[in-house]
Design a protein around this ligand. Structure first.
Ligand code: ATP
Length: 503
C-alpha cells in the first residue's frame, strides 16, 4: 500500500497534477501547487460540489468572503483560545511532533498487531475460521486488545481534559521513541496555536495583527444577516462557500492530505432551534450519497461518529475514505448549535436574530455544517482511480479511472499518421467539440504510446482518425477503462461523449 502511495505521488508530479511548491528552491513543507491537469480536476470537483449545493437546492445560495477578517472574529469563534495542537520536542533529535499523533501512531501499530494475528489464524484455519470467536478467546489477541483499550481510554481522557502532563506521561509510560532517531528524551507538551498571523496596514499606534482564516465558515456566519435580508431567505436555508484556509500544521505529511494552505468547500445550513438533529441526520445522508455517486466504490466510505465534541457542537460525524494509508476523514458534518451566531452577537454587539414569520417569533438559528477539503477529495479520487493493469500482451498500463465528469481532459483526437490530410481532419473534429469538452490533440509517437499517455491522465475517450475517415466520416472511439474500440460517425461523437461526462 505504501508503495502504491509513493507511485501515486510521483504520478501526480510526472503528469502535471501536483507539484511541490517552490520546487526549484527545494520546496516548502506541506505546500503544493496544482499543475495543468490538477487544476482542471480540482475545478471539476469544485463545480460538482457547487452545483450539487447551489444549483440543485433552491434554498442554498453561495458567497465568496475575504480571507482577511476582523481579528475579533477569531476571538468570538474560539480559535484564538482553543485552536491548538499539543506539541512535544525530542531533545536529542531536535525534532518536533504532535503528542496526540505519536500516541495515535502507537494505537495504529497495536491495531496492526491484532490484525496480523487474526490474518495468520485465518490463513491457518481456512474456511472453518470463526473470526469473532478467535478475537474473543485467543490469549495473544486478548492481551493486545486489552492493552490497546487501556491506552485508548487514557489518551481519550487526556485529550478531553486537555491534560498536557498526562499526554507526556503516556508517551513516557509506553516508551514511545522519536520516530527519526529512536531516542526517548522528550520535553514537556505545550499548546501551539494553528493560526497564521500577519500585520495589516500601519497606524500611529502600530499595525493590526490579523489572521489568515483557518476555516471558511466564519465568513458565512458574519454575513448571515446580509445574505438573509438581501436574499429574502427563509429558514431553513443554507449558505455555501469555496475558498482557501490556512493552518500551521505541525504534522505535515501524507502529501496533499494535510497541507498548510488548502481549500475548503463549506455549507452552513440555518435551521429552527430544536430541529438541528433532524437536519444533521438528513445532511449526513445527503453527503454520503453525494460521495458515492462518483462511483469510486461504496465500500471505500464509512462514517466516524465523534464521541468527543468540539466546544461548539452537539453532534458530529466524519465521512471517511479508504486512502492508501487507511480510512481518513475527507468531510466533517457538524451540528454547531447557535454557538457561532450567538458568540458574534456578543462580541460585535449587533443583534443577529431571525424573525420566523410562521412561528411569529425571533430566535438565533441553529446551524448544520458540511465541510469538505478540496485537496483531500482530490487525493481520495486520485487514489481510487490509480490502477496498474497487466495487459494480455504482458505489458502493464497505468490508467487513471477517473469519473468521466471529473476527468481533466474529456477526449483526445489522434490522427493515425502525421500526413495525408489526417491532422487537418482531426483538427476539424476538435473544432466542432472544443466548446463543450476539454480536448487534446496528439500526433506524436505511435498510437499505442499515445493511448498510454491519455490513460495516464484519465482521458475517458480517444478518437482515432484514419484514412477511411476521410471517405466515410467515421472514426474509432476507444473507451479508457475497457479499451474497447468502436467505429462511429463523427456526427455522433458529441452525444456519445456528452452522455458519459455529464453528471
Ligand atoms: P483533521 O482532524 O484531519 O486535522 P479537522 O477535523 O481539523 O481535520 P475540519 O476542521 O473539520 O478538519 O475541516 C474540515 C475539512 O477540511 C476536513 O474534513 C478536511 O477535508 C479539510 N482539512 C482540514 N485541515 C486540512 C489540511 N491541513 N489540509 C487539507 N485539508 C484539510
Amino acid at each position: 500500500q505504501e508503495d502504491v502511495f509513493k507511485k501515486l505521488v510521483s504520478h501526480c508530479k510526472e503528469y502535471g497534477f501536483v507539484f511541490p511548491s517552490s520546487e526549484i528552491y527545494d520546496g516548502l513543507a506541506a505546500v503544493y501547487d496544482y499543475g495543468q491537469m490538477g487544476v482542471e480536476l480540482k475545478n471539476n470537483i469544485k463545480k460538482y460540489w457547487w452545483d450539487s449545493m447551489v444549483l440543485l437546492h433552491e434554498n442554498i445560495v453561495g458567497i465568496d468572503s475575504a480571507i482577511f477578517m476582523h481579528p475579533t472574529i477569531w476571538k468570538a469563534s474560539g480559535h484564538v483560545d482553543a485552536f491548538n495542537d499539543p506539541l512535544i520536542d525530542n531533545r536529542d533529535s531536535k525534532k518536533r511532533y504532535r503528542a496526540d499523533v505519536l500516541i495515535e501512531d502507537l494505537l495504529a501499530k497495536m491495531d496492526e498487531k491484532i490484525e496480523k494475528e487474526v490474518e495468520k489464524a485465518a490463513k491457518r484455519f481456512g474456511e472453518t475460521f470463526d473470526e469473532e470467536m478467535f478475537r474473543k478467546t485467543n490469549p495473544r489477541v486478548l492481551e493486545h486488545t486489552t492493552k490497546r483499550e487501556e491506552l485508548h481510554a487514557r489518551f481519550a481522557k487526556a485529550m478531553n481534559d486537555t491534560n498536557l502532563e498526562e499526554l507526556r506521561q503516556i508517551i513516557l509510560d509506553y516508551e514511545i521513541a522519536c520516530p527519526i532517531s529512536g531516542t526517548k528524551n522528550w520535553t514537556d507538551v505545550r499548546q501551539f496555536n494553528l493560526m497564521f498571523s500577519t500585520e495589516m496596514g500601519s497606524t500611529s499606534d502600530g499595525a493590526m495583527k490579523v489572521y489568515l482564516r483557518p476555516e471558511t465558515a466564519q465568513g458565512i456566519f458574519v454575513n448571515f444577516l446580509n445574505v438573509q435580508k438581501t436574499g429574502r431567505m427563509r429558514i431553513p436555508f443554507g449558505i455555501a462557500q469555496i475558498g482557501k484556509a490556512f493552518r500551521n500544521e505541525i504534522v505535515a505529511r501524507q502529501f496533499i492530505f494535510r497541507m498548510r494552505e488548502f481549500e475548503q468547500m463549506e455549507m452552513q445550513f440555518f435551521v429552527r432551534p430544536g430541529e438541528e438533529l433532524k437536519w444533521f441526520a438528513k445532511w449526513k445522508e445527503i453527503r454520503l450519497k453525494w460521495h458515492k455517486a462518483l462511483g469510486l466504490g461504496d465500500h471505500k466510505y464509512r462514517y466516524h461518529d465523534h464521541d468527543k465534541l468540539a466546544h461548539y457542537a452537539n453532534a458530529a460525524t466524519d465521512i471517511e475514505f479508504e486512502m492508501p494509508f487507511g480510512f481518513k476523514e475527507v468531510e466533517g458534518i457538524h451540528s454547531r448549535t447557535n454557538f457561532d451566531l450567538s458568540s458574534h452577537e456578543k462580541y460585535s454587539g449587533k443583534k443577529i436574530q431571525y424573525f420566523d414569520p410562521e412561528l411569529n417569533e425571533s430566535y438565533t438559528p441553529y446551524v448544520i455544517e458540511t465541510s469538505i477539503g478540496v485537496d483531500r477529495m482530490f487525493l481520495s479520487i486520485m487514489a481510487a482511480a490509480y490502477k496498474e493493469e497487466k495487459l494480455e500482451n504482458g505489458e502493464t498500463r497505468v490508467v487513471l479511472q477517473l469519473p468521466a465528469a471529473l476527468a481533466p481532459v474529456k477526449l483526445a483526437v489522434l490522427p493515425l499518421v502525421k500526413k495525408d490530410g489526417l491532422p487537418e481532419k482531426a483538427r476539424e473534429i476538435i473544432n466542432s467539440l472544443r466548446f463543450d469538452f476539454k480536448c487534446q490533440y496528439d500526433e506524436k509517437d505511435s498510437i499505442g504510446k499515445r493511448y498510454r499517455r491519455q490513460d495516464a491522465i484519465g482521458t475517458p475517450f480517444c478518437i482515432t482518425v484514419d484514412h477511411e475517415s476521410l471517405n466515410d466520416n467515421m472514426v474509432t472511439i476507444r473507451h479508457r477503462d475497457t479499451m474497447e474500440q468502436q467505429r462511429v460517425p463523427i456526427s455522433h461523437l458529441h452525444d456519445i461523449i456528452c452522455e458519459q461526462v455529464s453528471m
